[in-house]
Design a protein around this ligand. Structure first.
Ligand SMILES: Nc1nc2c(ncn2[C@@H]2O[C@H](COP(=O)(O)OP(=O)(O)OP(=O)(O)O)[C@@H](O)[C@H]2O)c(=O)[nH]1
Length: 298
């Protein structure tokens, strides 16, 4: 049987960071992990990062509607993964931060895989800073964030470096109230020991709840293009002018004097730049509510 772990969590909370950390640990332990990613928009940015980490089999879903995981598509990708690779030990499924975790379980519990997959459970990454300010989210998005926490079997309280110790204590208490059974581990950059996840989930009975749909949330995504290289400061100034309903941005931006477009990440007001060694498409994906009018002023 192949063990299956689901990684859930709000947009930009640190799921990919946790995923990469998990892959490294599994490989170090001689295991062969495979990844199923549920990307938003049309740019497979996270999967590029995973592929860079080596020879990890990967299937991605580039779905049109970012708030639906599309369990039939997940099922088809799982099937393809199992057909293409017969030596996988562990499958890690990263759901888009705009999806309800139980929707992804639906696909995994398909009778088609019953004799091959063993669902271990859901690890939810909670973004400490986002959680502190969760009341600012619109009611449905707020509800999704809470659902992701309620369904977790393990909670990684990530970005713990961005809040104070007393905030961390308060958040931990609030998370425990929402989900009394899941252990809460404070993390930075998703560095959670996989053996802890494995051990905790081996004692759990994986979730079998019916599907509670997170479908048709008021979220949308758009692609922003750049026709010329820009200054990093210009982009950072622009991000400060954006409404709070821009939840996430990821993509590659051409920067004056830098050879390749740089990887740009934005989550809850925080900006992150990384150099790229290959030339990636100069585009940015934005996710949020009411973002239709937002443009980059060239
Ligand atoms: N300060 C800080 N930043 C973090 C931490 N973990 C992740 N980040 C940053 O937050 C951003 C999002 O991290 P990802 O791991 O890509 O998050 P994600 O949940 O996979 O994002 P989506 O797939 O868009 O939902 C990146 O810029 C990370 O470098 C952390 O513990 N502390």
């Amino acid at each position: 049987m192949i063990d299956v772990y689901l990684y859930s969590g709000f947009l930009g909370s640190g799921k990919t960071s946790l995923l990469l950390h998990t892959i490294a640990q599994l490989k170090a332990a001689g295991k062969k992990p495979a990844v199923l990613m549920n990307e938003f928009g049309e740019l497979p940015i996270d999967s590029d990062t995973v592929t860079e980490s080596g020879d990890v089999p990967l299937k991605e879903l580039l779905s049109g509607c970012i708030c639906c995981t599309g369990s039939e598509k997940t099922e088809a990708q799982l099937q393809a993964l199992l057909e293409d690779y017969d030596d996988i030990d562990v499958i890690l499924i990263e759901t888009t931060g705009a999806a309800h975790p139980v929707e992804a379980l639906d696909a995994v519990y398909s009778p088609f895989f019953a004799d091959r997959l063993q669902v271990k459970g859901i690890v939810t990454v909670a973004d400490a800073l986002r959680f502190v300010h969760r009341e600012e989210l619109s009611p449905r998005i707020h509800a999704l964030l809470l659902e992701q926490i309620r369904h977790a079997h393990v909670i990684a309280l990530n970005k713990s470096d961005l809040v104070t110790d007393s905030q961390l204590a308060t958040i931990s208490m609030e998370l425990a109230n929402l989900n009394p059974s899941a252990p809460i581990v404070q993390t930075v950059q998703g560095k959670l020991d996989f053996s802890f996840i494995e051990k905790t989930l081996s004692q759990e009975k994986a979730a079998q709840q019916p599907i509670i749909s997170g479908k048709h949330l008021p979220l949308s995504s758009k692609v922003i293009s750049f026709s010329r290289p820009v200054q990093q400061e210009e982009v950072e100034e622009w991000t400060k002018s954006l409404p709070d309903t821009v939840y996430r941005m990821k993509g590659y931006i051409p920067i004056v004097g830098v050879k390749n477009p740089m990887l740009f990440q934005y989550a809850y007001g925080m900006v992150n730049w990384m150099p790229e060694y290959v030339k990636m498409p100069e585009r940015l994906v934005m996710i949020g509510e009411g973002i239709g009018e937002i443009e980059w002023k060239d």
